[in-house]
Design a protein around this ligand. Structure first.
Ligand code: UT7
Length: 332
């Protein structure tokens, strides 16, 4: 049995935080942020909006595109490091919101690689014959774990969600391969110290700093480029392809310099690289499915196209998915 993507969706907060807004909050400038990261603005959840808010909306849009009903779903996976609660999983909350009463639901903690990990799991479940229809979501509200007084990190991140429906298909091989990797030796270069069992909320440890993203930016940058190249090459090699045969490369949207360095290593021309990080910043697990949905809805993708998704994140985690697109452009 093969697996193929039959619908995509995304959802973003309405509130926009521009680089000019950040100039009023920390010692930074639009010039610095733009030249070092490529980011111009990001979306920020309002009070009363949670990770599940955007995850559910992205899911509804993907379900609608696929033309299925929520009861048909066998599996819901949410990639997130900013779940609504430590438990239950955000996936269980989404299951309830959608009325997907026949699905098994769980979260995957793989930071920015969460969507690719989820896609890989869904693909494996489908190919083994265990399930027929999966909903894979990447969703984050990183603005709640960012130190808004730290210019090293607060300029980078944004909120939002993206989703894909993955279905069993006898003849259509839509997901050609997935490759996922972990390198736990670097876990402490990008992590959130608080809220787990090492630093639980007690009278002594309720220090807000424990709940913020902790990142060694330079080190993360170097690892990201190497790892994304490795994951991309694994996908190409497994399918006997070269990068020149790709129709579109959709990398994790962390930093334009990471994207450009990876594309350069793969000898990919700029017109084959999908970029939307200037609008949303780094939305972690949500970045690839938001980009995939935008590429899909904006008519970048044609049936038969070879599309390479490539992620890297805290853990470290990284991975790729090579797709043969099986949907017609929405406006055709
Ligand atoms: O999804 C995976 C998660 N994370 C990432 O992908 C992040 C990977 N890392 C990066 O994207 C980059 O390392 C950053 C964008 C975080 C930083 O860029 P950089 O070119 O590595 O800058 P840097 O940390 O080496 O800092 C250069 C200078 C420093 O000043 P000095 O020491 O040279 O005087 C920083 O203090 O820039 C300063 N700086 C800033 N200046 C203005 C750091 N942040 C800012 C800022 N505005 N926001």
């Amino acid at each position: 049995m093969n697996a193929t993507i039959t619908g995509t969706g995304s959802a973003l907060p309405a509130k926009i935080l521009t680089n000019a807004d950040l100039e009023l909050m920390v010692d930074t400038s639009d010039e610095w942020i733009t030249s070092r990261t490529g980011i111009k603005e990001r979306r920020i959840a309002a009070a009363g909006e949670y990770t599940s808010t955007f995850a559910a909306e992205a899911a509804r849009r993907a379900i609608s595109m696929a033309g299925i009903s929520p009861e048909e779903l066998d599996l819901i996976i949410v990639g997130t490091v900013t779940p609504d609660f430590p438990f239950p999983s955000t996936a269980c909350i989404i299951q309830n919101e959608l009325g997907a009463c026949n699905a098994v639901a769980f979260d995957v903690s793989a930071a920015c690689s969460g969507f690719i990990y989820g896609l890989s799991i869904a693909d494996s479940f489908i190919r083994s014959g265990r399930i027929k229809k999966a909903l894979v979501i990447g969703a984050e509200v990183l603005s709640r774990v960012v130190d808004w007084s730290d210019r090293n990190t607060c300029i980078l991140f944004g909120d939002g969600a993206g989703a894909a429906i993955v279905e069993a298909a006898e003849d259509l091989k839509g997901i050609l391969s997935t490759h996922i990797f972990s390198n736990g030796s670097c876990w402490n270069l990008l992590y959130q110290p608080g809220s787990g069992s090492r630093n639980p909320a007690t009278d002594r440890s309720v220090d807000p700093a424990l709940f913020f993203i902790n990142m060694e930016g330079n080190e993360v940058f170097k690892h990201a480029v190497r790892a994304m190249e490795e994951a991309a090459l694994a996908a190409l090699e497994a399918n006997g392809m070269t990068a020149s045969e790709l129709s579109l490369f959709i990398p994790h949207q962390a930093n334009i310099r990471i994207v450009n360095a990876t594309a350069k290593r793969l000898a990919l021309p700029a017109e084959k690289v999908f970029i939307n990080l200037h609008n949303y910043g780094n939305t972690s697990a949500a970045s690839i499915p938001i980009a995939l949905d935008e590429a899909n809805r904006q008519g970048w993708l044609k049936r038969g196209d070879s599309i390479l998704l490539d992620a890297f994140g805290g853990g470290f985690t990284y991975g790729s998915a090579l797709l043969r697109w099986q949907l017609d452009p929405l406006n055709s």
